[in-house]
Design a binder for this molecule. Structure first.
Ligand code: NCD
Length: 326
């Protein structure tokens, strides 16, 4: 694996399967009364959040703490960033505090790449979502969720998603989750189809490893998982569709559409959900919707990523046992 995790496109099939398998091993911890491993004792993880987040920030914090790392949470609101401090000066401050890993979310696409290649900090950089570019740990936790549901044999360890059909629906144009998922799921062998109104399909999508459709009804009957995306109003500077009602009617998932999915197929959502827009409350609350499970899986995936980037090269749980017996 590379030293940083900036883009899902940087992961080979073997890297991705290693992360999924390590997460699988670490997920077993969640069933133990004491969830903590001593693996990253003495290491410092900084969560550097320039953009709002609920799930991702809490999840990285829980992951680092379960591995016994020291965690520093930085959010731009209420910091000197509101006084105009640059990314460089913020990074130099973190470096002075001895960060072994920096998890960064930023409204500018490319900010994590800049941090990783600038030489301002020495630690590993993990992209927790940059602008409309990428969100690789979200794609990993999504792949983990799909693998658990669709390859239940021995939790799917060692396996990829060959032949699985995954449909990603909605605001693809502004979605870093969609970009990362297209790369990762195709690397893992899945067949990905994007469904969106033509105005929300990115320019240059022909070169992406996926199919594109404008009609959800023709796709739902032939899919193993449907991933619904939030309409990202905060990134929209124009009218991309006539009305919310029209959007929900053509591209939303309601109970009727869900009933036309194959029986084993699951409904995914990265959160936050706009109930009534891309997904109805009936679907969001149904037992086919994995949104809450995705959040739980996110902790295991982020533990695996931090463990592997901070130098773990043996089985994560075995390494912890050796530490515990010292
Ligand atoms: C996504 C994000 O921030 O990119 N959410 C998440 O990380 N769970 C998707 C979104 O904001 O709609």
């Amino acid at each position: 694996m590379k030293r940083h995790l900036i883009s899902a496109a940087d992961l080979s099939r073997d890297d991705a399967v290693l992360i999924l398998d390590t997460a699988e091993e670490l997920a077993r911890l969640a069933d133990r009364p004491i969830k903590k491993l001593p693996t990253l004792r003495g290491r410092t993880v900084v969560n550097l959040f320039f953009e709002d987040s609920t799930r991702t920030r809490i999840s990285f914090e829980a992951a680092a703490k379960r591995l016994s790392a020291d965690v520093i949470n930085f959010s731009a609101k209420g910091s000197s960033v509101s006084k105009g401090e640059s990314l460089k000066d913020t990074a130099l401050t973190l470096e002075a505090m001895g960060a072994d890993a920096v998890v960064i979310r930023h409204h500018a696409s490319g900010a994590p790449h800049r941090l990783a290649t600038s030489g301002w900090i020495k630690g590993a950089v993990v992209n927790a979502g940059d602008g409309t570019h990428e969100h690789p740990t979200q794609a990993l936790l999504d792949a983990f969720t799909v693998r658990r549901h669709l390859r239940p044999e021995a939790s799917g360890v060692g396996q990829d998603l060959a032949g699985r059909r995954i449909t990603i629906v909605g605001d693809i144009l502004h979605s870093r989750v969609a970009r990362s998922n297209v790369h990762l799921l195709s690397t893992l062998g899945a067949e990905v189809t994007l469904v969106a109104p033509p105005t929300l399909v990115p320019f240059g999508v022909e070169s992406w490893p996926c199919e594109v459709s404008y009609d959800l009804d023709t796709v739902v009957g032939k899919t193993d998982a449907v991933m619904m995306l939030r309409v990202q109003r905060e990134r929209m500077n124009a009218a991309f569709f006539p009305t919310e009602r029209e959007y929900a009617r053509r591209y939303g998932l309601d109970g009727d559409r869900m009933s036309r999915m194959p029986e084993h197929a699951i409904v995914m959502h990265p959160g936050p959900m706009n109930r009534g827009m891309e997904i109805t409350a009936e679907v969001a609350d149904s037992d086919r919707c994995t949104a809450v499970e995705q959040v739980a899986n996110g902790v295991s995936i982020r533990m695996a990523v931090l463990y592997l980037l901070l130098g773990g090269n043996e089985s994560a749980v075995a390494a912890a046992r050796t530490e515990e017996s010292k």
